[in-house]
Design a protein around this ligand. Structure first.
Ligand code: ADP
Length: 465
């Protein structure tokens, strides 16, 4: 930034400097040309009076021309009407004809020509000579070449002085730039310090740099992100400790069972068998928790891809319910299915089956013996709806918003007794979410619970959306 500022400043100064020098130089040259032209005009009048234009050998005239050329420190040539050089103070061109454009336009149109060449430091001008007796008649022209170096020198030395002043000016500007930039960048530095503290792992850092509107905005979004990260971190820690706890429970039971068998010494075979059956049950439980954790972690993976296929949802539902019917009938629970219309939808068959199975299993588990579970399937032009209603124990109002959380169970003992892990609903919610759908719960304790799943008929993948 500093480099950019300095370059811009130096460049603009240089451009300004060059433009000023040019203007100044031009004014000087114009002034010089004007006074020389006046002098030349006077000289010509004098020469004409003496009849020099007719007889170029006039001694006084020659002396006058030489004198003027000397005073200018230059060369003077005089051409007559036929553009023949009648006098050259350098005596090189006498008798020659000069047919240059400048001379022609002086003779034909009475035009003045001035040419200044800064590189060779020279000035050339042509001035027509008008007759004194016959108005408008051009009788010849004066061609003057002079060096301008001596006139430019003071301007150039002035310029050197100005360069000195400019250098001091630039140094002051750079110092000012440095001070300004430091002041300007200070809030950004504060911001970056705070952010790097957060990236070192301190998520409780709060950033509050309000110097500019932009830094205030950055502070807010950094704080928001940090807040979310902190929440995520806390929920991850809680999840890990929950997992550890859940995995330990069956192992503790197995240990207790095994230890008591060992301490019993000579126990009857039946007791061994009973304890071993319990141990086997606990092992099943452990592996169920692990399976469900694996399903969950697969759902959590952002890169999870649904194997979406156009599926007959009615057939799917009937298959799921047929599989669960035996479990329901062990407790004399009636399992009903009602479909309002045939539904074809883009779904991941395996995943959606898992979600619906979890919901219906819950409806059976948390039901009373002899109760009912009613599953309905319906659709409109955009979505299809699966409703799982039961006549079970219901979910207390304050627990309803938590049932989809991992490991959340309203009644731990009941859930455990029925082989629950507290993960079924969070898996169902994850799957419905992947289908861009929604899941809702309505429940009245003691009366029953209804879960409603709503999923779009047509799946639109994230990339296409
Ligand atoms: P679990 O393995 O314990 O069933 P879920 O995640 O499937 O875990 O359910 C979480 C909790 O929500 C359950 O422990 C239960 O308390 C409650 N719940 C889920 N479904 C029902 C239902 N149909 N009726 C009553 N309570 C339910």
């Amino acid at each position: 930034m500093l480099a950019l500022l300095v370059i811009t400043e130096v460049l603009s100064l240089a451009v300004l400097d060059e433009a000023l020098t040019r203007t100044y130089l031009k004014a000087e040259i114009d002034g010089m040309t004007a006074s020389m032209q006046t002098e030349a005009l006077m000289l010509m009048n004098q020469l004409q009076k003496n009849g020099f234009m007719d007889d170029a050998q006039d001694e006084i005239g020659l002396a006058l021309v030489d004198q003027v050329a000397d005073s200018w420190n230059g060369r003077v040539r005089i051409v007559d009407r036929s553009m023949k050089v009648i006098r050259d103070t350098f005596s090189r061109d006498e008798g020659k004809y000069i047919l240059a454009d400048a001379v022609l336009s002086a003779m034909m149109a009475g035009k003045y020509t001035t040419e200044y060449d800064r590189d060779t430091h020279s000035l050339f001008f042509v001035e027509p000579i008008t007759s004194q007796t016959e108005e408008g008649r051009i009788v010849g022209a004066v061609l003057v070449n002079v060096g301008t170096a001596s006139m430019e020198a003071p301007i150039m030395s002035d310029r050197l002085n100005i360069h000195g002043i400019e250098t001091v000016f630039v140094i002051i500007l750079i110092l000012l730039d440095v001070l300004l930039l430091r002041r300007f960048l200070r809030p950004l530095r504060t911001l970056s310090t705070a952010i790097s503290k957060a990236s070192d792992g301190d998520l409780s850092v709060r950033v509050d740099v309000r110097d500019y509107r932009e830094t205030a905005r950055i502070s807010e979004s950094v704080n928001r992100t940090l807040g979310q990260l902190k929440q995520l971190d806390e929920s991850r820690q809680e999840f890990v400790s929950n997992v550890a706890h859940e995995l330990k429970t069956p192992i503790t039971s197995i240990r207790v069972l095994a230890d008591s068998l060992i301490s019993m010494g000579e126990a009857p075979v039946e007791l061994y068998q009973e304890f071993m059956a319990d141990i086997s049950q606990e092992i099943d439980r452990e592996s169920k928790i692990i399976d469900e954790l694996l399903s969950l972690s697969r759902l959590d993976n952002n890169a999870v891809v649904l194997k979406v296929e156009r599926t007959n949802v009615n057939e799917k539902m009937e298959l799921i319910l047929k599989r669960l019917k035996p479990i329901a009938s062990t407790r004399d629970i009636e399992l009903l299915f009602e479909s309002f219309r045939p539904v074809m939808a883009d779904i991941d068959d395996g995943k959606l089956t898992l979600a619906v199975t979890n919901l219906v299993e819950n409806a059976i588990k948390y039901n009373k013996d002899g109760g009912w579970v009613k599953v309905t399937l319906n659709a409109d032009y955009q979505y299809f709806y699966i409703k799982v209603a039961d006549s079970g124990v219901g979910i207390p109002e304050d627990a309803q918003e938590h049932v989809f959380e991992r490991f959340y169970r309203v009644d731990k003992a009941r859930s455990r007794a029925t082989g629950g892990t507290g993960l079924g609903l969070s898996i169902a919610k994850g799957i419905v979410g992947l289908h861009h759908g929604e899941i809702k719960v309505y429940s009245k304790p003691g009366e029953g619970t209804t879960f409603v799943v709503r999923i779009p008929l047509h799946y639109i993948s994230e990339e296409k959306a």
